[in-house]
Design a protein around this ligand. Structure first.
Ligand SMILES: [Zn+2]
Length: 158
């Protein structure tokens, strides 16, 4: 048996990001993988759910915890197309996710390497391994395409 690689799982997260775009939400997607299997998935949908916390990561963590009947996601990996924000980084620690893999960096709101190194703080009682830049071009392109399309639509309507 060969382990599916990070790029394979990131492609699954990208498909979810496409679903977000289809609902006019900023396209970010996430999957939780354990033992070479997806146990949870989600995409960004705060507007449609009227929920400020409905980021892709939170949706995927909730989905995974529900699925396995455990609020701890030990030895699971979270794949997300964009560098997480502060809220999501906090949730990732609480969930005990073992490893975080993200695609594009988010210079404005990202807290893994961009604004701070939140997962490296000494006070944390759980260390999350992390890696960014997986399928980074596709992950950032889906967002820039989304925003340029939205700008074009706004212009067309004004
Ligand atoms: Zn977030």
């Amino acid at each position: 048996m060969t382990e599916k690689d990070d790029c394979y799982w990131m492609q699954q997260a990208l498909l979810l990001a496409q679903q977000a775009a289809g609902m006019d939400e900023i396209p970010v997607g996430a999957v939780v993988v354990k033992d070479n299997e997806i146990i949870g998935s989600g995409f960004n949908q705060p507007i449609s759910l009227c929920d400020p916390t409905a980021h892709a990561e939170i949706q995927a963590l909730r989905n995974a915890a529900n699925h396995i009947g455990n609020y701890r996601l030990n030895s699971a990996t979270l794949y997300v197309t964009l560098e997480p924000c502060g809220m999501c980084a906090g949730a990732i620690v609480h969930s005990r996710i073992a490893r975080l893999v993200y695609g594009a960096t988010e210079p404005k709101a990202g807290v893994i390497v961009s604004q701070t190194q939140q997962l490296d703080k000494a006070y944390l009682n759980h260390k999350v391994l992390y890696q960014g830049g997986v399928c980074a071009e596709e992950c950032s392109e889906i967002i820039s395409v989304f925003f340029s399309r939205r700008r074009a639509e706004k212009k067309a309507h004004s």
